[in-house]
Design a protein around this ligand. Structure first.
Ligand code: HEC
Length: 252
């Protein structure tokens, strides 16, 4: 069987294909950077977190910071009945109205916060943690930042369809191109077969998981693993193609 290889190309053509490899590598890098940019701020924390991705593909509700703080027994000195009052308050329908409701007297959340929290969470607090500067809890304007949950809605279906129509066809075409390069190298058929399966399965699983994640959030992990595998295997294929182009092969 005659096997044609990339190495058989004349030097200008090999240079040309090398340019293409660089372009594909650049494209993969740009896609990753875009992914970061596109998803990072859903949970209003920097960087792409799992919550950002769960939010985009499934939707999440992040507990209000105040709720998580109280539930993890912060501050430990807070008496249980007051902790219960605060927890009940933030899960109520209108925390804003009940915040300093006069009828509640000493049980008004504003009173409890003033008594139990402002010693540290006050702008003039002398607590060494300096938490009062970062997270003051003196006025409703401070408190309202930590009493509401963050709700991230999943990307609307029409947008996911628009994204799929562009990405599926582009990435499938790219994959065909990369596989053509891969199979025109001197490397063993076993390696090339597994890389082929990995690349194609990764792509299929990534896109399938994007849809399935709408129903159950576990698929977000499949999506991340499959997408990651696709990028890594693409990198390996590009490397193999570059080796084929520029490393002389001794025996044929
Ligand atoms: C002894 C000082 C002190 C007191 C009293 C205190 N805190 Fe804090 N609080 C801290 C410090 C320090 C942090 C930052 C480190 C941490 O998260 O544990 C913090 C963090 C927090 C956070 C942010 C947690 C997060 O996950 O982002 C919230 C919300 C909070 N406190 C609410 C309260 C409330 C409500 C009270 C009163 C019922 C209170 N704290 C009383 C020192 C205090």
């Amino acid at each position: 069987m005659t096997t044609w290889r990339l190495r058989d190309l004349p030097i200008p053509a090999r240079l040309g294909v090398t340019c293409l490899l660089v372009v594909i590598a650049g494209g993969l890098w740009a896609s990753m950077a875009h992914l970061e940019d596109h998803h990072q701020n859903r949970d209003s924390k920097p960087g792409v977190s799992l919550d950002d991705l769960k939010g985009a593909y499934h939707g999440v509700r992040l507990a209000p910071p105040l709720e998580s703080a109280l539930l993890r027994n912060h501050p430990p000195e807070l008496p249980d009945p007051e902790r219960k009052i605060l927890l009940k308050w933030i899960t109520s329908k209108s925390p804003n109205e009940l915040y300093d409701e006069p009828v509640l007297g000493a049980e008004a959340p504003a009173e409890i916060l003033a008594l139990r929290c402002v010693s540290c969470h006050g702008r003039k607090s002398t607590d060494e943690s300096k938490i009062g500067e970062k997270l003051p809890l003196e006025f409703w304007d401070d408190v309202k930042k930590v009493v509401f949950p963050t709700v991230i809605d999943p990307v609307p279906t029409p947008i996911l369809v628009a994204s799929a129509h562009a990405h599926l066809l582009a990435l499938a075409t790219l994959s065909i191109g990369m596989l053509a390069l891969l199979w025109a190298t001197r490397f063993g058929a076993t390696l090339k077969s597994w890389l082929t399966l990995g690349l194609c399965l990764g792509l299929l699983a990534d896109f399938a998981a994007q849809w399935l994640a709408r129903g159950s959030v576990e698929y977000v992990f499949v999506m991340i693993a499959a997408g990651g595998a696709y990028v890594v295997i693409s990198g390996v294929i590009l490397l193999i193609a570059a080796l084929e182009l520029w490393v002389p092969s001794s025996a044929r």
